[in-house]
Structures are given as structure tokens and as C-alpha cells.
Ligand binder design. Structure first.
Ligand SMILES: [Zn+2]
Length: 310
């Protein structure tokens, strides 16, 4: 009889869907399951839904579970494993002890990351930037998130906010959702693509519909994506100048319109190349819906390794 293989689980608790993956020790996904996130029912229900999905996966794909990584939206304390600040759409989530709850239920170590940090961990572990030592990750979703990978590790900064390029000024003067002005998010998030298109046309359309209109030759839609791509390029140039990081991974729903975004990013980068002349790599995310969960699993993998080998 062969012993059950050792597995690591990754969980992505998103606003609408919770994605759970089971991975080998090498972070190959061997099974996955997405379930609705009961965001209105509170933290216990959300983690409960994730645990239910994980138990189902372990039933149908048996393995010896070594640990669990969780990626969650909002501001998290990656050390205590608690949610610090959550958006209004999550009921009773701020303050919730995520890792303690998972460890209590499963009896294995659990780790918590912010979802954008987990996204970048995933893309560096097994995705578009696999094996790269220095990477900036950006997620162009409802909002714009950022995360920074330096010298082969996630760089969190003293308050855990390193890499948050979405809310720095210098990108025009439009009012941002955070209350600031001229942030990257005002041009490159899904919500702002909808808003910028509505300002030009009076029509309300999701970022995806605006992308479809652009692909069909709609000049206003093209202009909105052109601005988004130019803003992303500006963020890239700031990062290159500040950190000499030259690899960029762009994910989130807006990045699915890569055929629209990439040309405008590249136009701006060619027009204003970095002073140092470094060649830049700007890559679309590769793991799609698995990125956060695989990244969370990779955090667990690294932490477990550290424990084992001390
Ligand atoms: Zn902002």
C-alpha cells in the first residue's frame, strides 16, 4: 500500500467566490473547487464555506494535509492571521481570526496573506514570473492592487503596505474611491473604466463591455483603455526608477483585455524609456482564477519548510 501523498491547500476568499486548491509539495494543482462566498453571513460562515470545500477536495483527492494558506481581500495581519480592515461587502470580517479558526478545525498550520500579495506569490511560484527574483505585481480588478517581490521574497514593508501602487498620486486629478486624487486606480480599475467611459458617452458598461466596444472600433472605448494602459506604464516607470525592478505581472479582470492594454503600455514605455535603459518585461498573469489560492499555498509551503528545517 502506498502512503497518501503530502498535499498543501490554498484558499482564496474573494468577494463572490471562494476558490480552494489542493497542491502537491511542488505546488502543482491536483484538484480545485470554487464555492460561493457567504460574505453577508460573517467570518465564521466564510471560513466555514472554505473548510467545507477543502474537506470535499480531501475526500475525493486523498492526501496528507501539511498546511493551509489563505488569501483574503482587505488589510490583513499576516503574522497574527487576522483580518484588520474589510470592505463593506464583507459582514463581520474585520478582526476575524482566520488562521486560528482553520488550525482549530484541521489541526495543521495555517497562514494568511492579503489577496494581492498571494496573487504575486502565485505568479512567482508557478505563473508568469516563475523564478524571478524581483517583480512588481499589479491587479487591475474592481480596484487596483499592488505587491512587491524583492530578492526572492515578498517585501511587505513596516506596515504591510509595500507595493500598493494603486493609491499613489500623479495620475491626473480625478477623485479616487479612497478619497484621494489622481491615483492610478482612477484610470486603470474596472470601476474607473466604467466611469471614464460613462463620462465620455453617457453609457453605463462594465469594463468587459467597454473592451468589447473597443475591439469593435469604438473610439471612446479605445481612448479609455489607452489611458488605462498609459497609467499602468507610468506606474511601471516609477517602479523601475525607484527600485530597478524590471519584471511586471499584470492580473485582475481588466487585464483580460490584454490585447488592448499591452499596446498602450508598450507605446508609453517606448516613448519614455527608463533612464537606466533596462529592458522591461511586462507580462499578463498566467494562473487566472488559481493565482491567489496557489500563492497562498506557496506561502504555507515556504513557512512549513522553514519550520521543518530549523
Ligand atoms: Zn486612491
Amino acid at each position: 500500500m502506498t502512503a497518501a501523498p503530502e498535499v498543501v491547500a490554498g484558499v482564496d476568499i474573494g468577494g463572490t467566490t471562494t476558490q480552494v486548491v489542493l497542491c502537491t509539495e511542488d505546488l502543482d494543482v491536483i484538484d480545485r473547487l470554487g464555492v460561493p462566498t457567504p460574505a453577508a453571513e460573517g467570518g465564521a460562515a466564510m471560513v466555514g464555506a472554505a473548510l467545507g470545500a477543502l474537506r470535499l477536495l480531501l475526500d475525493r483527492t486523498p492526501g496528507r494535509l501539511l498546511g493551509v494558506g489563505v488569501g483574503a481581500a482587505g488589510v490583513v495581519d499576516a503574522h497574527s492571521g487576522r483580518i484588520l480592515v474589510a470592505s463593506d461587502s464583507f459582514h463581520d470580517w474585520a478582526g476575524f481570526p482566520v488562521t486560528a479558526t482553520v488550525e482549530g478545525a484541521l489541526g495543521v498550520p495555517a497562514y494568511l496573506d492579503n489577496d494581492v500579495n498571494a496573487f504575486l506569490r502565485g505568479e512567482v511560484a508557478r505563473g508568469a514570473a516563475a523564478g524571478e527574483p524581483h517583480v512588481l505585481g499589479m491587479t487591475l480588478g474592481t480596484g487596483v492592487g499592488g505587491a512587491l517581490w524583492l530578492d526572492g521574497a515578498l517585501y511587505e514593508g513596516p506596515s504591510g503596505a509595500a507595493g500598493e501602487i494603486g493609491h499613489v498620486p500623479g495620475f491626473g486629478d480625478l477623485r479616487c474611491t479612497c478619497g484621494g486624487r489622481g491615483h492610478l486606480e482612477t484610470l486603470a480599475s474596472g470601476r474607473s473604466i466604467t466611469a471614464r467611459y460613462a463620462e465620455r458617452t453617457g453609457r453605463n458598461a462594465t469594463a468587459r463591455l467597454v473592451a468589447e466596444a473597443a475591439a469593435g472600433g469604438d473610439g471612446d472605448a479605445l481612448a479609455v483603455y489607452e489611458s488605462a494602459g498609459a497609467a499602468v506604464a507610468r506606474a511601471i516607470l516609477v517602479t523601475v526608477g525607484l527600485l530597478d525592478v524590471t519584471t511586471f505581472v499584470i492580473g485582475g479582470g481588466v487585464s483580460r483585455a490584454w490585447a488592448l492594454l499591452e499596446p498602450s503600455i508598450q507605446r508609453m514605455l517606448s516613448a519614455e524609456p527608463p533612464v537606466g535603459g533596462q529592458p522591461l518585461r511586462v507580462l499578463p498573469a498566467r494562473l487566472d482564477g488559481d493565482a491567489v489560492a496557489v500563492g497562498a499555498a506557496s506561502r504555507a509551503r515556504v513557512e512549513l519548510d522553514t519550520v521543518t528545517h530549523v
